[in-house]
Design a protein around this ligand. Structure first.
Ligand SMILES: [Zn+2]
Length: 292
């Protein structure tokens, strides 16, 4: 019994933490949903009710719930944000970066992070508590780069989601055949939930490359305006889970970001780092499963 509990715990830990697991679940969810809605017969309908729906639930546990809870957490904390008069150093930095429009600076109590919208940069107090002046400058330069490119980021996001949505309209209009022993309503409800989860999973996957590119660009800007060493130190401090090799849907791993900053020939290094990252993630997963 104890062993089963340990194995389940190990499986949960490995699966939840693993970026590769998330990618596999998302790809399998999209592929099986697509297959089951394209081929209409009772067998694919049964498969549809079991496989993609199970993958959909896994997607909710592994990717969607951590993603939504961190977004809600940032939103909840930023409701208590305090707007401060923009410090002269930040004004000068923005001017040097070619930002000519007005923006707000907000301090967010209890947040261990920083964020940018089109018109605001938010700096968490918990992050500011652990950064020195140069590292803080690096955080601000990174966020100002996002603020500067806000329109570009939005456009690229829309363009990357658009093909997904066009494919999805066909997907959500397709009908799945009825089964004699399952009510049409059940098939309808399970099918609709699965299709929407698949569409959302697909959209996350489609925006991942551009998310990563914008993060790496913002890091490069931070390096230019705050120096390589303080940007690297700042990134190391951001790694609160102690897992510098772990990628996410929104950010490349801390180590990939650091290696980009250390290298002269950026592109080639990023690609070779990411591929060696994926290989080490697979090895890590194998190890996690063998241990338990
Ligand atoms: Zn960023």
């Amino acid at each position: 019994m104890r062993n089963i509990r340990m194995s389940l715990k190990g499986f949960w830990k490995a699966a939840r933490a693993g970026f590769m697991t998330q990618l596999v679940v998302i790809s399998a969810l999209v592929f099986t949903t697509e297959m089951c809605t394209l081929i209409h017969n009772p067998i694919t309908t049964v498969i549809f009710l079991i496989t993609p729906f199970t993958l959909g639930l896994m997607f909710v546990c592994f990717t969607l719930s951590p993603f939504v809870s961190s977004t809600i957490n940032t939103y909840r904390l930023s409701r208590h944000a305090i707007e401060i008069p923009t410090p002269n150093e930040i004004k000068a930095l923005a001017r040097a970066m070619g930002i000519n429009r007005k923006f707000k600076v907000k301090i967010v109590p209890n947040l261990f992070n920083a964020f940018a919208t089109r018109s605001t940069i938010g700096l968490g107090t918990k992050l500011l508590d652990v950064t020195n002046i140069d590292e803080g400058r690096s955080v601000v330069a990174h966020e100002l780069d996002h603020l500067k490119r806000a329109n570009q980021i939005l456009l690229v996001r829309i363009l990357s989601i658009l093909p997904v949505l066009i494919v999805s309209i066909g997907l959500s209009n397709s009908t799945v055949v009825t089964l004699p022993w399952v009510s049409a309503e059940t098939i309808g409800i399970v099918g609709t939930i699965t299709i929407y989860l698949a569409i959302f999973a697909y959209s996350l996957l489609a925006t991942m490359p551009s998310n990563w590119i914008f993060e790496l660009r913002a890091d490069k800007t931070a390096k230019t305006f705050a120096g390589e060493q303080s940007t690297i130190e700042m990134l190391r401090k951001l790694d609160k889970k102690g897992n510098p090799n772990e990628n996410s849907i929104t950010h490349p791993s801390i180590n990939s970001r650091i290696k980009q900053l250390q290298s002269e020939n950026n592109h080639r290094n990023i690609i070779s780092n990411l591929s060696s990252n994926i290989v080490s993630s697979i090895k890590g997963m194998k190890h996690a499963f063998n241990v338990y």
